[in-house]
Design a binder for this molecule. Structure first.
Ligand code: FAD
Length: 421
């Protein structure tokens, strides 16, 4: 969405290129907001952006559909038919031609083949999944409130599998919003006694990809909120009313969220011979071109791009996707002028983990702070919010973002903080 918008503004507007964005969704939501939609602290309607309207305002074309195949010889992308809820066809199977193709299909949850995940767990992959989780959460609270007898062992228990940023942020957010929901009048429920949040992580510590100090601080904060953190615990199966660990222990749970790792979509594995790695990511050169076709680029979570100076790849993060989109705008302009492409260098600004509205922990990286600096509290919260603001700026420009922010600050006071959809 960022790349199509920026290219539309730069090239599409002046008729220098025809930009087409193909997406299987009709509206865009910045993925790091999904846990807030799931917990109910954010309203989907306010933050979703319609692709068709955006394409009109920013001089690109939007085509609805899911990419399912590629013919690199003919430079064609194959897109599946789109059906409505009754099964009638909205758009037929189609083919789109290109001179330059950028694949940015993101990532999906990796369930590592664990039995029961598909049937009994919810993954925070799309806004509709996040909204489905939220509805189930509100229903569970209302059911418990209206129920005459004692609660079943799994009732009002939530298991979050995976203590990366998504799992940890969701647990903190749920702690706050469930209390607010109960305070709206569901007074048969005692949040401290009845609602149990369990975070289950296979590694020895939570936030295993982030520095130890950060994970210690986050673990302390979660524990102070009464969240049960289980580390070195591998989930062997998700059951209809809980999860079974590899040790045999069963943790009862009415709601299970799977947030343990990501992989790129499976269709990339056999995409007309493009090179992929074990997690289906397209392997790209430093120019972000795929290794087997210079006309095809890949960016964001679905791209495996070496992190210069380190022996790992660029991590699947919003800041990497944002940087790569910005880099691609220059690359495509250079390509059109027949100039040489430039290598992409990932700049790590650190990581921030939000633990509810008033607490954020993080570390800042880079020359500005002279290495790795831990931050916490209000400044960290401001920086966390600024990541989303950067995304909004790329999509809307300064004036609209400033006005929207002002309106949100004013209307916030007149709306319930926790959504009840
Ligand atoms: C709950 C959650 C919290 C997160 N928090 C953070 C955070 O705090 N900080 C951070 O840096 N990162 C965070 N991330 C990671 C971040 O969201 C991703 O790294 C980022 O969204 C990747 O951007 P992308 O453009 O590659 O993919 P996406 O944002 O996933 O976009 C992919 C797009 O491709 C479309 N698509 C997929 N397949 C097809 C197809 N076959 N055909 C057509 N269209 C298709 C999808 O509809 C979607 O619009 C979080 C992720 C989640 C899920």
């Amino acid at each position: 969405m960022e790349l199509a918008t920026m290219l539309g503004n730069k090239l599409g507007k002046r008729g220098k290129a025809l930009i087409q964005l193909i997406d299987k969704s009709r509206a865009h939501l910045w993925k790091p907001l999904l846990h807030e939609i799931a917990a109910g602290s954010m309203d989907l309607g306010v933050h979703e952006l319609n692709y068709l309207a955006q394409s009109h305002w920013h001089h690109f074309r939007y085509r609805l559909g899911e990419m399912i195949g590629l013919d690199k010889g003919r430079r064609e992308v194959q897109v599946a038919p789109v059906l409505d809820e009754d099964g009638s066809e909205i758009t037929p199977q189609r083919v789109f031609r290109y001179d330059t193709l950028v694949i940015a299909v993101g990532s999906l949850t990796n369930d590592f083949g664990t039995p029961g995940v598909k049937e009994h767990a919810i993954a925070l992959e799309t806004s509709s999944e996040a909204a489905r989780f939220h509805r189930r959460l509100v229903n569970a609270l209302m059911r418990a409130h209206a129920q005459p007898g004692r609660f079943r062992p799994e009732q009002l228990q939530v298991a979050i599998i995976g203590a990366g940023a998504t799992g940890v942020e969701l647990a903190a957010e749920l702690h706050n919003t469930t209390r607010e929901l109960v305070a709206y009048g569901l007074d048969r429920i005692d949040p401290d006694e009845d609602i149990k949040l369990n975070v289950i992580e296979a590694s020895e510590r939570i936030l295993p990809a982030l520095p130890q100090r950060l994970s210690d601080a986050a673990a302390k904060l979660l524990e102070s909120k009464g969240v049960r953190v289980r580390t070195s615990a591998r989930v062997a199966e998700v059951l209809p009313n809980g999860v079974r660990l590899a040790s045999g222990e069963i943790i009862p749970a009415e709601l299970v969220v799977w947030a343990a790792g990501v992989k790129a979509p499976d269709f990339l594995k056999d995409l007309d011979g493009l090179e992929t790695n074990r997690t289906n990511q397209l392997i790209v050169k430093q120019t972000l071109q795929t290794t087997r076709d210079d006309n095809i680029f890949a960016i964001g979570d679905c791209a495996a791009c070496a992190w210069l100076g380190k022996d790992v790849n660029v991590p699947p993060r919003a800041q990497a996707a944002h940087q790569q989109a910005t880099h691609m705008v220059k690359q495509i302009a250079s390509r059109l002028r027949g100039k040489r492409l430039q290598p992409y260098r990932y700049r790590d600004f650190g990581s921030l983990v939000s633990l509810g509205e008033y607490t954020t922990v993080g570390n800042l990286m880079g020359a500005l702070v002279g290495g790795n600096m831990m931050i916490e509290g209000y400044i960290a919260r401001l920086m966390y919010t600024s990541l989303y603001k950067m995304h909004e700026l790329a999509l809307h420009g300064y004036t609209k973002v400033a006005l929207d922010t002002l309106v949100r600050l004013i209307t916030r006071r007149t709306e319930p903080h926790v959504k009840l959809h």
